[in-house]
Write a protein that binds this ligand. Sequence first.
Ligand code: MEV
Length: 336
Amino acid sequence: MVVASAPGKCILFGEHAVVYGQPAVAVAIDARVELTIELAESGWSIDGMSFDKTRHPHMDSVRKRLWSNDGGPALDLQVSSDLFGAAGLGSSAAICSAFAAGLLHCRGTDSGALPYSGIATTAHLAEADAQGGRASPTDTSTVTLGGAIYVSNQKESIADWQFSRDLRIDGELRSWEIHCIDLPESLSEASLVIGFTGRPGPTGEMVAKVADLLKNEPERMTDIERIGHVTRAGVTALNLGNLEAIGIAMNECHRLLQGLGVSDPDLDRMVDAALPSSLGAKMTGAGGGGCMIALTLEPRRTAEAIELAGGRTLVSSLGAPGVRIEKSADVPIWNS
Ligand code: MEV
């Protein structure tokens, strides 16, 4: 038996704009997805039911790329998660990353030598397959590498470059450079309070909504560029450990995302409720439901305010560890 896990993620700055080559920053959070993998006696199964690729398109993509196309045997999979599902917290990215790491370990890769860029690439391609071809590598890189991740269209001297990703989106080749940001110690005093609306955030639909807006009103690309400027200011603030400036950049991102039409009344109400006790608050991820986040020095007070506004909450530090093998196999499960 092999057990692999990966964290969820929150985007601090830059969602949606990152699909169009602007930068984004995300952090891994303390809630994780865990995947148990065992050899199956009969066919593929997930949580005791036969594996249905239409219900699990992301996992089907990972399975094909790392296992089935090479003739690997059927497996039983069990998924358990501390994350709110389909809520913009990267649960599908985390499952893909844990699955990719788990399969590589089942094929003999040492748990201490996981190829992070290969795992993140497999997970990114799986997200793109399931998101109508439009997906940035933000979620999949963050849940794989952990910590704080800066995705940019160029190599940045302000952060620690890890690897490059590219993908053809709507006929145009997009390239992203993935970096780690070393978070200053001073940020450990702050918490992220995550508020879930209770409704899923339909990522593919919201990404398509922004694509339609930009097609019909190309001048709105300036809003996408503005998100990029705010993100760069946010990165400087993160590097300096300047909590007030990070909060201001988060608030500005929320205002711009509202302008793109991807926030919604529940998210706005929870953001407004969090603001008096926080440094900054915004929707996170694709929007249209899903989650908001608040950066705060008073997590209990902020969580109470969000709950009074109708949200379910989860409190996290900034920058949890990335994908890892929790339980190793003594010998490869499949010696390919
Ligand atoms: C989803 O968590 C973030 C989006 O920017 C989509 C993407 O980056 O693929 C909305």
